[in-house]
Ligand binder design. Structure first.
Ligand code: HEC
Length: 189
């Protein structure tokens, strides 16, 4: 396990001291770290969806995308791509973790489980373009928890969800908030 956690905390402390040592500033730093992590995640997610899945499965129809990608010899779904990355990160560090959730999940395991997750998903659905930031205590650890809108950036997103037999919502449109990326960073006690 590498020591990214220590580095994130050190960065937060330095920033707090430089700006007058207030807790609020340290907190802001968690938000900055989280925002940057999210920028990388969402860019990769959008590129994979637009340039691989949407191009090959929807526009050119040369291969489909399927959750049973091995059996079907198909493309990995964008959500699976995202989860595989999150699982690999979790093997390397506990300095942060992330997941993709929704109030209308195809996979029931992607429903919110904590109060902050639920509040955050509701907030980003009602306030398009905004992120949600909060704090929560889980298992005796305090976390900075951010929820970012996961938006329908390609036709493939809405088409697949609206047509999926397990989807509780079938009227997603381009640009809609379909769920949220949750990033969690443990804070100093
Ligand atoms: C070809 C089908 C397909 C495409 C394309 C697709 N999804 Fe999904 N999506 C799924 C399936 C199936 C799951 C559940 C997968 C799992 O958890 O193993 C899922 C999961 C999700 C989740 C987590 C909640 C849930 O429904 O389980 C979100 C949010 C989501 N997708 C949004 C999007 C967005 C936004 C796009 C476009 C960038 C997209 N999806 C593209 C099929 C698709």
């Amino acid at each position: 396990m590498t020591s990214y956690g220590t580095k994130i905390k050190a960065a937060a402390l330095c920033a707090a001291m430089a700006f007058g040592g207030t807790a609020a500033k340290a907190e802001m730093e968690y938000q900055d770290v989280s925002d940057l992590l999210h920028l990388v995640m969402s860019s990769d997610r959008t590129v994979y969806t637009r340039m691989i899945v949407n191009r090959l499965a929807v526009k050119e129809g040369v291969i489909k995308a399927s959750e049973h990608f091995e059996d079907d010899k198909a493309l990995v779904l964008p959500a699976q791509m995202f989860r595989f990355g999150a699982e690999m990160v979790a093997e390397e560090t506990d300095a942060f973790s992330y997941s993709l959730l929704s109030l209308w999940p195809i996979n029931k395991q992607n429903a919110p489980t904590t109060d902050i997750e639920k509040e955050g998903l509701e907030y980003i659905a009602e306030n398009p373009g905004e992120n949600f930031y909060g704090e929560e205590e889980l298992g005796g650890v305090n976390y900075f928890t951010a929820v970012y809108p996961d938006v329908a950036v390609a036709e493939a997103c809405t088409k697949c969800h609206n047509e999926h037999k397990d989807s509780p919502k079938t009227d997603f449109e381009g640009g809609d908030v379909m769920g949220g990326v949750v990033i969690r960073i443990p804070m100093d006690g």
